[in-house]
Ligand binder design. Structure first.
Ligand code: NAP
Ligand code: HSE
Length: 436
């Protein structure tokens, strides 16, 4: 039986998990791909660190270039992260005729177009299932399972750290900082955790999902991005009272006037399955014209759930590496020559419902003044709630839930409301998705 030699760049959370799964499940993997898959080399930054995985039989090096340049290595598995060194190593591996597997969403979202072109030219594959939603095989589903569909929309919880933080804060009243520190300890968070909490990691993943759904190039710069760091717990509680949960969603929609690509905290009706996805779990709702709505659920981060996807990619490569390119699934699921850009909408063109919270003076007639500004912009209001004034205060919080409207019109109404004497400070604006 032929064997296939794997070199892993990076033996941290995901690299360690990958080495461990490949070793533990060697028999089942061999039966699935008719080849023995063996890790023969691995690189780390500091070889003196103790490792969670068994490195017996693996040549451990602090020189990642020795792996991408080794004649013995068939598949390079990039699990270092970041864009600079990772990009250089991946392009070098491709130039040396090696297949690449990576979990690096930043690398794929930002440099994927260039990397896939280089891989096509060289006739090697670049696989990246682990880059989106950890152990959920969403890339395979979109590129293969739903290949007969026109994908209409995607809405998903695609950052495990963010969902873990929101869940723990809501259910246990823990502080943001405390939960983030635990997510880092558990290996969920990115090396720079601002990627998780400011929505950048989710934007990387959404850019990938959108490209393989709609047949466009990767368009990371066009993703509107808001994180969870500025979310006020008061709004989490008010949303709950109104029958919603706040989740950080990545949303990609194909509309007649262009693509909406956005990641932001979102109110979802409590009864929706997505609203009940908690902790580090991810879930992605995909709507196709033939299949309708499908929901994909699983662990979004962590060593072995992510390794599960990395190993599946390695097995795919082991099975198909001798096949000609025409029999392989294209990197973005569409033939490269058919990929074309679709204009993306500006935030002022987004369409959805909105949650708005204003602090207003507790005097008669205030509600009708605010409502008049919304009526002037043709915005229908679904519901208005006035909270009790805080003890000793003469201001109250007023919450509006609008019907579906265009964001530009909503923003005009909000600035008019904010300029009223009776209104104090800026509004809190959150988007609402009913996910029908
Ligand atoms: P990690 O735990 O920080 O591991 C990074 C590994 O790369 C470590 O072994 C480190 O060596 C090595 N490394 C870092 N900088 C290096 C350098 N300059 N030169 C050589 N080696 C270097 O990261 P991770 O969480 O496994 O993430 C790896 C990739 O997977 C990232 O792209 C991440 O976005 C992605 N990912 C992570 C998860 C997750 O749940 N963690 C899930 C999906 C995707 P030392 O061990 O010696 O420090
Ligand atoms: N930091 C990422 C997350 C890892 O929390 O979702 C998985 O991509």
């Amino acid at each position: 039986m032929q064997s296939i030699n794997v070199g892993i760049l990076g033996l941290g959370t995901v690299g360690g998990g990958t080495a461990e799964v490949l070793r533990r499940n060697a028999d089942v993997i061999t039966r699935r791909c008719a080849r023995q898959v063996q890790v023969t080399m691995a690189s780390v930054r500091d070889a003196s660190k103790s490792r969670s995985c068994d490195c017996d039989g693996v040549t451990l090096t602090e020189d990642p270039y020795s792996i991408v340049n080794s004649d013995e290595i068939d598949i390079v598995v990039e699990l270092i992260g970041g864009e600079t060194l990772a990009k250089e190593l991946v392009l070098m591996a491709i130039a040396n005729g090696k297949h690449v597997v990576t979990a690096n969403k930043a690398l794929i979202a930002v440099h994927g177009n260039e990397i896939f072109a280089a891989a096509d030219a060289k006739g090697v594959s670049v696989s990246y299932e682990a880059a989106v939603a950890g152990g959920i095989s969403i890339i395979k589903n979109l590129r293969e399972g739903f290949a007969g569909n026109q994908i209409q929309s995607i809405a998903g919880i695609i950052n495990g750290t963010g969902n873990f933080i929101l869940t723990e804060m809501r259910d246990k009243g823990r502080t943001f900082e405390d939960v983030l520190a635990e997510a880092q300890e558990l290996g969920y968070a990115e090396a720079d955790p601002t990627f998780d909490v400011e929505g950048i990691d989710a934007a990387h993943k959404l850019a990938i999902l959108a490209a393989i759904s709609f047949g466009t190039p990767l368009q990371f710069d066009d993703v509107y991005t808001e994180g969870i760091s500025k979310l006020d717990l008061v709004d989490v509680d008010y949303a709950q009272e109104l029958g919603y949960r706040i989740k950080h969603l990545g949303i990609a929609k194909k509309t007649d006037s262009g693509l909406e690509l956005r990641v932001h905290p979102t109110l979802i009706p409590k009864k929706r399955l997505l609203a009940n996805v908690n902790g580090v779990m991810n879930a992605i709702l995909v709507k196709g014209d033939a299949v309708g709505n499908t929901l994909h659920y699983g662990a979004g981060a962590g060593a072995e759930p992510t390794a599960s996807a990395v190993v599946a990619d390695i097995i795919d490569v082991a099975r198909t590496c001798n096949a000609s390119s025409e029999f392989k699934v294209p990197a973005l699921g569409f033939q490269p020559e058919s990929i074309k850009s679709i204009a993306t909408k500006a935030p002022s063109e987004f369409e959805c419902a909105y949650y708005l919270r204003f602090i207003v003076s507790d005097v008669a007639g205030v509600m009708s003044k605010l409502s008049a500004e919304f009526a002037e912009q043709d915005i229908s209001i679904e519901g208005i709630t006035q909270k009790e004034p805080e003890k000793g205060q003469n201001t109250v919080s007023v919450i509006f839930i609008t019907q579906k409207t265009v964001e530009g019109a909503l923003d005009r109404a909000v600035s008019k409301v904010e300029s009223l004497d009776l209104v104090h400070g800026s509004a809190v604006k959150l988007r609402v998705e009913h996910l029908d």
